[in-house]
Design a protein around this ligand. Structure first.
Ligand SMILES: Cc1cc2nc3c(=O)[nH]c(=O)nc-3n(C[C@H](O)[C@H](O)[C@H](O)COP(=O)(O)O)c2cc1C
Length: 220
């Protein structure tokens, strides 16, 4: 059995894409990877909508910008965002970064992705496990995309509130009843147009793992 740790460690969220279309075979492989994720009771409640239509992607981009913009404006007003970026010394650069965030522009990148895959759960099957099953499927998609040389990003913020999730459902013609489908996220996919030199910093293992009992950091 092959160890896939290198694939896991080298994956990064990619938010800028070349305009080149993603070949159908690659899209199929990404979807195939999702299909093989573990799922409670083998219910497989995941459903996917593959979107390449620019008009639909633009609507998703607009939704993301507005939703994210209002959330981040609130953080800005509470001073949280300024705190997060206070290490940027240059005041002009800091102002630009802050505006990029609170305008919501930070979240609208999916409109430029050649492919967006909506990940939704059928609540009529396996409703208890839907978020977990679909998260497993989403991770499989990110890993397969990465191993094919594509860049991808899991996007949840713009569909996190029920109000935004309903707007997203309307864009895609998903039934809007509360007990019908749950929007988990969407995944933006394309050939990477950014070279991210360093992965995001990860917490050290010793902060995450206890041995035998909660709080015990000594490995027996
Ligand atoms: C549940 C979940 C929700 C996420 N939502 C967003 C999002 O709304 N927008 C975004 O740009 N990235 C989103 N991401 C990507 C994370 O920002 C990213 O995984 C994290 O910063 C770590 O970076 P890395 O994936 O490059 O290791 C999300 C990731 C997960 C797992």
């Amino acid at each position: 059995m092959q160890d896939i740790i290198d694939v896991l460690i080298s994956r990064k969220s990619i938010r800028r894409y070349k305009p080149d279309p993603v070949p159908d075979e690659m899209i199929d492989k990404i979807l195939e990877a999702a299909r093989w994720a573990p799922t409670g009771e083998n219910y497989q409640p995941w459903r996917f909508i593959v979107i390449t239509d620019p008009e639909t992607k633009n609507k998703i981009g607009d939704l993301a910008r507005v939703g994210s913009g209002s959330r981040m404006t609130a953080w800005y007003c509470m001073g949280e965002m300024q705190k997060r970026f206070e290490k940027i010394q240059d005041p002009d650069k800091r102002a630009r970064v802050l505006e990029f965030m609170y305008s919501g522009e930070v979240s609208e990148f999916a409109r430029h992705a050649p492919v967006v895959i909506a990940v939704i759960g059928d609540l009529q099957v396996g409703s208890v496990d839907v978020p977990y099953d679909l998260s497993a499927a989403t991770e499989n998609m990110l890993l397969e995309a990465h191993s094919l040389g594509l860049g991808a990003c899991w996007v949840h913020g713009p569909v996190a509130t029920s109000r935004d999730a309903i707007k997203f459902k309307k864009i895609l013609g998903i039934p809007t009843g509360m007990n019908e489908y749950k929007v988990i996220c969407y995944v933006a996919v394309g050939f990477p147009a950014e070279e991210r030199k360093h992965p995001r910093p990860k917490l050290p293992m010793e902060d995450l793992v206890y041995w035998e009992k909660f709080g015990n950091k000594e490995r027996p």
